[in-house]
Design a protein around this ligand. Structure first.
Ligand SMILES: [Zn+2]
Length: 401
């Protein structure tokens, strides 16, 4: 009942319209009062003024604004952002085929979640939209690097051009006291952690030259805990790509096995997938012990789970694109898209994949992975796949923000 009282109180003080002010000009959006007394804004009018879009899917109303997704479970007083449910005075509703969003989205939710971009003036009933700007990362180790002006006439991205600024987290596997696999056929002294770092730096440059901003989990030979890597990809991040090199224990015929494969997070489906996951999760033993973080409870947890499922489909799509692009430049052979329980992927709050770019235990693959030309081609291929994925995603969400 508290919700209803609050709603009534809000309705009493609600403005008759709000003004959205941005570089696109000023637009007034009338406030309506719902059956339960809560002040609402017609979703179509509001998102047009905000330069965003919305989409109704089953019981969900998805709002895309400021290149972020906010999910409203219809007729429930919650908004889900970044996998977390936040309580509202009243929720989104659909009445006679018209979708309405709570006024609170404008007065409170947007200014709170994206404080760098939105400010709400209660007196004037006005939302100021400062437009898109990159938010600097808090840690010195992982700044979001603004891309240089996209190269005109440079590498044409496969799958179309991007209309919006995107941020991708690139994760160089292993590092510091965790060498990864020993790199049997790599040049002397080189280990998996060195190749993943070289490839990640190349991928960063390739992505930036395609106009994509990049956040790195590491740019030096340092250890980043597996559980912390995914946290680099939260609000201001579209994708998480982790780079690794595969290897097999020494036994008869093991050096004949070669090829590249891309994993997305799920229960391991095959023995081989389980082996790779075990191997990559091993890195945990290098980390100092910490208290396990408390699991989210109740609704929050279920909603997080739903979001994770959605990311699974997206991750699988990205994995397919990476495999198909790598197939053009890596003669080692396409070992396919696989699923496995990688710890590094479980903490990512966005579509996330892990690429095993080849085997250090195969001489030909080891050459591919350590020579400049083929490294460059592989980095470009992965970057093309990312652009293809993001272009698809822009088309699907019809994001015009
Ligand atoms: Zn690895």
């Amino acid at each position: 009942m508290t919700g209803l009282w609050l709603a009534l109180a809000l309705a009493a003080g609600a403005p008759s319209a709000v003004t959205i002010a941005s570089v696109r000009g000023e637009q007034r959006v009338p406030v309506s009062i719902g059956a339960d007394g809560a002040p609402m804004l017609q979703a179509r009018a509001l998102l047009a003024a905000l330069g965003g879009t919305f989409k109704q899917q089953d019981a969900w109303l998805d709002v895309f604004v400021a290149r972020q997704q906010l999910r409203f479970l219809l007729a429930t007083p919650y908004v889900v952002f970044d996998g977390r449910a936040q309580p509202l005075v009243s929720g989104a509703i659909v009445q006679r085929d018209t979708a309405y969003l709570p006024l609170q989205l404008v007065t409170d939710v947007l200014p709170r979640l994206f404080a760098e971009r939105y400010r709400y003036d209660v007196e004037a009933a006005r939302l100021m939209d400062a437009g898109w700007q990159l938010v600097k990362g808090s840690g010195e180790a992982a700044p979001i690097e603004a891309p240089p002006k996209a190269r005109r006439g440079g590498a044409a991205p496969a799958g179309g051009t991007l209309r919006h600024q995107h941020v991708v987290t690139v994760d160089a596997g292993h590092g510091g006291v965790d060498p990864g696999n020993p790199g049997v056929f790599f040049p002397a002294g080189m280990k998996e952690k060195d190749v993943t770092l070289q490839m990640s730096l190349l991928l960063r440059d390739e992505l930036r030259s395609r106009g994509i901003a990049v956040r790195m989990t590491r740019t030096r030979d340092t250890l980043i805990a597996l559980g912390d890597r995914g946290a680099f990809c939260t609000e201001e991040c579209d994708l998480f790509v982790s780079l690794h090199v595969n290897s097999l224990p020494r036994r008869r015929g093991s050096s004949d096995v070669r090829g590249f494969e891309t994993f997305f997070l799920a229960e391991a489906k095959t023995e081989d997938a389980e082996r790779v996951a075990k191997m990559e999760n091993e890195a945990v033993r290098f980390e100092p012990e910490t208290e396990a973080t408390a699991e989210q409870q109740g609704l929050d947890f279920i909603l997080k789970d739903l979001a994770a499922n959605e990311y699974l489909r997206e991750s699988a799509r990205l994995a397919e694109l990476i495999q198909s692009q790598l197939g053009n430049v890596n003669p080692g052979g396409d070992r396919g898209v696989k699923q496995a329980g990688f710890m590094v992927l479980t903490t990512a709050r966005r579509p996330a994949v892990l690429v095993e770019m080849g085997y250090s235990t195969n001489p030909a693959d080891a050459r591919l992975l350590t020579s400049k030309g083929s490294q460059q081609r592989m980095a470009a291929a992965i970057a093309d796949a990312v652009v293809g994925y993001l272009a698809d995603y822009e088309r699907k969400t019809g994001d015009d923000s």
